[in-house]
Ligand binder design. Sequence first.
Ligand code: ZN
Ligand code: MN
Length: 440
Amino acid sequence: MNYTPVIGLEVHVELKTKSKMFCGCSADYFGKEPNTHTCPVCLGLPGALPVPNKKAIEWCVMIGLALNCTTPLFSKFDRKNYFYPDLPKGYQISQYDQPLCINGFITLSNGKKIRIRRVHMEEDTGKLTHVGNESLIDFNRSGVPLVEIVTEPDFESSIEVVEYLKKLQQIVRFLGVSNADMEKGDMRLEPNISLKMTNELPKYKVEVKNINSFRFVGKAIEYEIKRQTEILDRGDMPEQETRGWNDEKNITVSQRSKEEAHDYRYFPEPDLPPIRFTEDQISDIRNRIPELPDEKLARFQKEYQLNKSQAVILTETKEIADYFEKTVKPGKVDPIQIANYIINKKIDINKVSSEEVIAQVAGKTSGIIADEGELGKLVKEAIDENPKAVADFKSGKENALQVLIGAVMKKTAGKADAEKARKILTKLLKRGLFPAFKVR
Ligand code: ZN
Ligand code: MN
């Protein structure tokens, strides 16, 4: 039979605030000694009271606005009750019926809009590690601000899901509110998948929990589509359940029957007053939103006459976009040539300065100096004239090389072949042929 996949997505994004959501503990817990970033509040000790993190709430609203959401002026926190040892209070402070942001969307490259139902604020749990027969618990992550972004079941393929996730990751990174580093668990993915034959929504839903890579989310969805197709083809109905992804066997495995909202006995958090915004506060947050990837992409095409694929590459991260614009800004060379050069030469923006790129691109049209003998002479001069840079390089500061290349560039009015100059420089410096490089 032919079924249409119906896929929705819940994404948890950890914010990179300095402190946790409801206490003053440092939220910078990754790789730290277990249970060193804790206090009575995030350990759930009796009598401890939460104080909300203003920045986290503002950043959650900022994410919502960037995702085209409406942000109601009234919002509140609720308790989500469930028992698990990584949740010291026995409940998670989250948001139920009045989240900070509702009704947004992300547009995919084919023009399809994926509707976002809600963006809400909550706190992370502790982290369990199972070793043999023992379970270890680390509460450093307990109470770290977490934003949950929930879509409508608008996806029909794993390809759409992965594109959405990449865009979402890019947006939160452009906003500077999360590193969204999958490997560190900054972004955790929970797709829910079912199949339909008619236009009605299916009567069951299978959720796959806590996946931490785009590749695995794609594989888990593909696996579920296949598994559910087989069940439906037999004339059965897949169970409503929560499954886990096993990345060694590349399968999903049943974990528990899927809970309903009422299982959590949500009720308003009595320890926290509701949140009331003024219109001005919301527009203040809106004004702090930087240029987002889609806008940048459109502007790069219009302002610099780049084609779409060039613009896509040069707006992938804020860092590469800024680097490109910094290189274009002096107006010495054509932006399209700069774009081609950065893309084709796969320039490492952390190693090659934008001045070098300008010189290289300009050099192509105006007689670049690439003669080894001539370059060697200039490099030696640069070394003699810049003892400090040489000493810096010797003490391990790789950046010092940049200063020396800059000096060579200056001597040649930007016409030296920077790559060759770099090679000669490195060779000479490492040989220690020059007085300034001798051990004193
Ligand atoms: Zn704490
Ligand atoms: Mn959640």
